[in-house]
Design a protein around this ligand. Sequence first.
Ligand SMILES: Nc1ncnc2c1ncn2[C@@H]1O[C@H](COP(=O)(O)OP(=O)(O)OP(=O)(O)O)[C@@H](O)[C@H]1O
Ligand SMILES: [Mg+2]
Length: 469
Amino acid sequence: MTRRWPASGQPAILRTSGVRLAALGAAVAAMGAVIVFVVIYYGTLGSLRQTLDASVTNEIGEILPQGPATPPAVAAIAIRAALAQRPSRIFYALAGPNGAPLAGNLRLPPPAPGWHTLDAPEADAFAPGVTELRVLVVRLRGGASLLVGVDGTMIRRLNDLIRRSFLIGFGLTLSLGLAAGIGFGRKALARVNAVSLASREIMAGDLSRRIPLAGTGDEFDRLAETVNAMLDRMQHLMENLGAVGNDIAHDLRSPLARLRETLELALRDPDPAAAGAAIAEAIAQVDGALALCGAILRLAQIETGARRASFSDIDLTDLLDRLVETYETVAEEAGHRLAAHVPRGLAIRGDAQLLNQMFANLIENAITHAGSAARIGLVARADPAGVTVRLTDDGPGIAPDRRGAALRRFGRLDPARHRPGYGLGLPLSAAIADLHDARFTLDAAAPGADRPGLAVTLVFPAGGVPRPG
Ligand SMILES: Nc1ncnc2c1ncn2[C@@H]1O[C@H](COP(=O)(O)OP(=O)(O)OP(=O)(O)O)[C@@H](O)[C@H]1O
Ligand SMILES: [Mg+2]
């Protein structure tokens, strides 16, 4: 079954977070550009206009020494004097009450009193190159009016310049932001597509497929690494599951065949006592088969890691003491000696039932496989790296090249084949150690010796809550 995201009508690239983030970033940058524009525009033009206005007011003061009460004739003289002195870009227009020009260099009927910005009606109407005037018109007593203005062309040019620069800057910010967004979006999309492709192939049954890493160590790589680790684990579990099925089918065949034989003999045997014995034997065989099924299922369950949820603080000293107490007698009855050294207060996190089973398996292995009159030792110690438990015997041990086989399910080595057992003790113990993040190693207890023995070393990570004692 394939599920697709509902099509929203937008191209995929526009729905990537990269493009959305870049669009947001570009919008914020554009907003910043607008604020900068407003500040520069009104700041620069405003102060320029203030300077111009001040020079106009100043000039009016000079032309009208008595303010609006100044007689127009006096004003006219002042204008002429000013024009003779400063043929600058200051413009005057003095008009009589009827609007007739009295003096000045501007042929213009003065507008209403107050501030104005006047556009030149045609090129060079005011003076060559002057396109805008900033003027103040004052009404004199008696009806005459005086206009004084300065060249405002600079303001207009600056205005145009600022607007143009802003439009270019604004456009660049937006387009660069969007281009970057689309670039990032494309890249992200390519990575996501690679993940989807790999996932589809995995769903189609190729469990060995992994999500490719770009090698940049970015968040995509980190995600891919985690997902790949999860896939490794799943593949391992799936393979195990398959192997468990095969193992059960394979290893139940011979007990079932034996059982059938026993029951057939019982059926044919006319002696009821012998038939009864055969049935008792059959029941024992069925019990063995049930125990085998139980062990295989337990192993499969441990390998899923589900038991980790029920971990608690374990008093390892107490657990080992009890086990040693139980197995001392068993070992003695089998002609061996079990000696233990367990310091007080060892603590780890774990599952007590499983830990019990693991150590029991290992001690039983030493009792079963270490030959006669073996010396079995159990030594535990705590150091900053964690808690180490080492179980040794002085039997024949396992040759280095046979250790892998011994750790496999149903891996029983030659000398043990005639002894009871399924070859599940070691793999079960290794799986329990793995569940506890403990390092599990097999080596020789006394390398090079006649009876090198087997040493099983378990190192539990530090982190349990130490107990006083
Ligand atoms: N202490 C030991 N000394 C020598 N050989 C050992 C020792 N422990 C295990 N082995 C070898 O490794 C094999 C696998 O051990 P494992 O515990 O998995 O199975 P088992 O003891 O034969 O059966 P089970 O534990 O299922 O009853 C054994 O059959 C034996 O050949
Ligand atoms: Mg065993």
